[in-house]
Design a protein around this ligand. Structure first.
Ligand SMILES: NC(=O)C1=CN([C@@H]2O[C@H](COP(=O)(O)OP(=O)(O)OC[C@H]3O[C@@H](n4cnc5c(N)ncnc54)[C@H](OP(=O)(O)O)[C@@H]3O)[C@@H](O)[C@H]2O)C=CC1
Ligand SMILES: Nc1c(N[C@@H]2O[C@H](COP(=O)(O)O)[C@@H](O)[C@H]2O)[nH]c(=O)[nH]c1=O
Length: 372
């Protein structure tokens, strides 16, 4: 019998580092930016530092790892960096990771999938021009899966959509008389205000504006507005009342005169919104879910029963169990199930329904590296 010797492009040490990078990436939050992890290994195969990305506007995983190394007095020259995504090549809110890698003296980069985001792409080519050996495609499937919804959103040129539901045990988001403040525990509300600080826009329906007169600002425990404030978007054909609290005094409000969630997302994207939280009410939540436009689901579940009132959802067009929509538990950003005071926070992502493969590797791994 012939023995077939399999030579892969990557060493066991690099594969283990990629596993660690994938694990680290899960600590980050979902949103406008993908989850990314980075691990630096030395010539002896030791994992020196592990970095991850903590969300839009914060250092990328590569920069996080390099900063940690600097703080610990570690010299990374001649080391290999293993990353779940191609290093960026642009100066966004943070500097280009390619330059940080080159400056640190890292001579080898292994990454999983290409960055499809145009302004950030091209990192591999820049690194190669600087003499860094670059290989890609290690754990490409896992890395794509890690950020599946983000890849889909980038390809569709629409914002990443987080759906928020604050509900009772019997799936009510308001009582029969319309009262709903508050179903959630103070800890859940604080968590939600943290999310409001991270997103670009928050979206509610016109009916919620009329019933609740919400402010839709990000506030701290004292009730003061705190941190970055989201654009406040209201969806529906009716006008926003002149004295509605959502208008605020900063003009950071947008009326989306449509009932079509796709159109709402296009309008938001044109305004520069890359992460929107759809907050409610029932009809708005249902329309985004029915259209398959939800990337992340956060349910604040209060141990409370109402028995009647506004249901979280008012129909998704599903009439038989075979058509039920399934969701996967999302272990990222604090985990799939988190206790928040007396509430539970459930964190989910849609089960894949369509085959979608991004362009996993723009440039093939260096020829000598692959094959059987
Ligand atoms: N606990 C929670 O998490 C939350 C609870 N709530 C509660 O939800 C209740 C409001 O929910 P609900 O009555 O469903 O109202 P919504 O806030 O979902 O707004 C519905 C209105 O939005 C417009 N609209 C826009 N797109 C659509 C669409 N695709 N389908 C249907 N209507 C659309 C319509 O008005 P138009 O004629 O203007 O087009 C419609 O009347 C309130 O009691 C509020 O307190 C609200 C948010 C969060
Ligand atoms: N009732 C309820 C929520 N309600 C949401 O919060 C909005 C009020 O926002 P603001 O005026 O900024 O405090 C309200 O219109 C609705 O969208 N959210 C939750 O996390 N938990 C809750 O129990």
């Amino acid at each position: 019998m012939n023995r077939i010797e399999i030579v892969t492009a990557f060493s066991a040490v690099e594969t283990a580092a990629m596993d660690a990078a994938l694990e680290a990436a899960l600590q980050g939050p979902r949103g406008a930016n993908p989850l990314v992890g980075a691990v630096v290994i030395d010539a002896a195969g030791r994992q020196l530092v592990t970095g991850y990305h903590r969300g839009a506007g914060t250092p990328h995983a590569e920069a996080d790892a390099i900063t940690q190394a600097e703080a610990a007095g570690l010299d990374l020259s001649g080391c290999t960096m293993v990353i779940t995504l191609e290093p960026c090549d642009h100066s966004g809110r943070t500097g280009p990771c390619t330059q940080a890698i080159i400056r640190a003296g890292i001579t080898d980069v292994v990454y999983a999938v290409d960055d499809p985001h145009d302004p950030a792409a091209g990192g591999a080519a820049t690194l190669r021009r600087a003499g860094v050996q670059v290989r890609s495609g290690l754990a490409a499937g896992e890395s794509f899966e890690l950020n599946r919804q983000w890849f889909l959103g980038v390809a569709a040129q629409r914002p990443f959509v987080t759906l928020h539901i604050a509900q009772t045990l019997d799936s009510r988001i308001a009582a029969e008389d319309g009262t709903s403040q508050w179903i959630s525990s103070p800890e859940s509300l604080a968590d939600n205000h943290g999310l409001r600080r991270r997103i670009d826009a928050i979206l509610v329906g016109t009916q919620t504006v009329l019933v609740d007169n919400p402010r839709l600002t990000a506030r701290d425990a004292s009730g003061a507005t705190a941190g970055k404030q989201p654009l406040r978007a209201v969806m529906g054909l009716r006008d926003i009342p002149a004295d509605a609290a959502v208008r605020g005094d900063d003009g950071n409000v947008l009326h989306l005169p449509t009932r079509d969630p796709r159109e709402a997302l296009s309008l938001l994207y044109a305004e520069g919104v890359r992460h929107v939280m759809v907050e409610g009410g029932s009809r708005i939540l249902s329309s985004f879910l029915a259209a398959g436009l939800v990337d992340e689901l956060i349910v604040y579940l209060a141990p409370t029963l109402l028995g009647s009132g506004t249901p979280a959802l008012n129909g998704l067009g599903i009439t038989t169990l075979a058509d039920a929509r399934h969701w996967d538990w999302d272990p990222s950003d604090g985990g799939a199930v988190l206790t928040l005071g007396r509430d539970l926070r459930l964190h989910l992502r849609p089960e894949p329904t369509e085959a979608f493969e991004p362009h996993l590797s723009r440039t093939a791994a260096e020829p000598a590296m692959g094959g059987y």
